[in-house]
Design a protein around this ligand. Structure first.
Ligand code: SF4
Ligand code: SF4
Length: 164
């Protein structure tokens, strides 16, 4: 079992594999602090709705890397990317935010369905980055590695990327 498969299992997301479209209004949505992102891409390939995208031509990520951001109208708030970023990428760049807060912050409505045509991804660092208006108001990874067996913890630790 890979580390991402293990995280998916621990979050109860076994049935949620890509490509998936949202079918209800999620309670939470994930956003990236683009300045903390190393651009490793682990979350991009793991996201069940494939809604995480590189910010092309941006070098705003950690160490001048190209960061990613989430097309939030497609996000189902599953939290997998939050766990991956914290435990495997060691970047802690993604948080889950309450959907009501997101609607207030971005003056938008989050619907039960994803848009037919994917919107373009934006940096949104004025809201979700360290100096942004709503940073720290979201939830970080919920999985405690101490709750894993020694074998499971070894799988996670063996797959960790070095600090970016
Ligand atoms: S896992 Fe974290 S550091 Fe890696 S691309 Fe995603 S947000 Fe950036
Ligand atoms: S929470 Fe993260 S992994 Fe889950 S759908 Fe949203 S962006 Fe994708």
């Amino acid at each position: 079992m890979t580390a991402i498969e293990l995280l998916r299992e621990k979050l109860g997301l076994d049935g949620l594999s890509a490509p998936l479209r949202k079918t209800s209004r999620p309670a939470n949505l994930a956003f990236v602090d683009i300045h903390a992102c190393t651009g490793c891409g682990l979350c991009v390939t793991a996201c069940p709705t494939l809604c995480i995208e590189s910010l092309a031509n941006s070098k705003a990520g950690r160490g001048g890397t190209e960061p990613v951001q989430i097309r939030y109208q497609e996000c189902i708030g599953c939290g997998l990317c939050v766990e991956i970023c914290q435990h495997l990428a060691q970047a802690s760049a993604i948080r889950n935010y309450d959907t009501n807060l997101v609607e207030q912050a971005l003056s938008c409505k989050i619907g039960a369905e994803a848009p037919q045509i994917a919107g373009s991804v934006e940096p949104l660092d004025e809201y979700w980055a360290e100096e942004g208006s709503f940073h720290h108001m979201g939830e970080m990874a919920s999985l405690r590695l101490t709750s894993l067996t020694d074998t499971e913890r070894a799988v996670i630790e063996g797959a960790r990327l070095p600090h970016g």
